[in-house]
Write a protein that binds this ligand. Sequence first.
Ligand code: PLP
Length: 277
Amino acid sequence: MVFLNGVFILKNKASIPVMDRGFLFGDGIYEVIPSYQGKLFYLDTHLKRLQRSLDAVQIPNPYTNNKWLEILEQLLGYSQSTNQSLYLQITRGADTQRKHSFKKLNPTVYIESNQFIVKNKSLLEKGFSVITQADIRWSRCDIKATSLLANIMYIQNAKEARVEEVILHRNNIITEGATSNVFMIKDNTLYTHPADTHILSGITRDLVLESAITCHLKIDKSGFTKNKLLNADEVWISSSTREIMPITKIDNCTVNDGKVGHYWECVYNYYQQLKND
Ligand code: PLP
């Protein structure tokens, strides 16, 4: 079952008009919200980011937060599995002609819910490999837009290279992953890129930063170079569906002799606790 423009419908029965600007231009915004054991995780924060993205591209928010909650909970009610990832997208809607400029339209709202497999700790402790590439995306990566061509190409490259993610660098500074935020640890300090227009400020990123006090880490959000990344004590990527993953190989270099570090374990435990609260 999926949600499309006010109705719950079977996925193979759901369709949109060809004039939808989401189809023609990728003119839309999305969110991915995890749900653990039927409970939406940090929904308010996701809805706040959704509003921010919609405002940035002048698409009106069709629902109040209470209405979003009601729809998402109803959709969750149709799924069998305990952990779900809800994909929600709002496009500007369908016009009569294909032209770049827009007028007031009825936004198209689509939501689907899929089973969400959380990797267990022993699997995560094996560590993951990534590759690095130049960040060729536009300069408003802070907007969670459905137009994701560059990200698609990166993830295809990752698949072909049999690695977990592509870590991006712009002018030699690490920005983020193609579908995640990036952190590194050096000498008890947690480094990440500032939450400016070159990254999507992740909900998980904020929780990782929040864990720093508990894990006795100092924070530096001024960014870091690729060279620093390759010489880090620990490297992690974070996202709502991956949670916090330790990276032990970057291109052909090992991080911390290929071992997952103890700060990762602290942040991992902190995050698991939040899920149980
Ligand atoms: N950066 C990018 C480019 C992403 O696509 C994502 C998630 O999909 C993130 C960061 C992490 O965001 P969040 O932690 O809110 O899932």
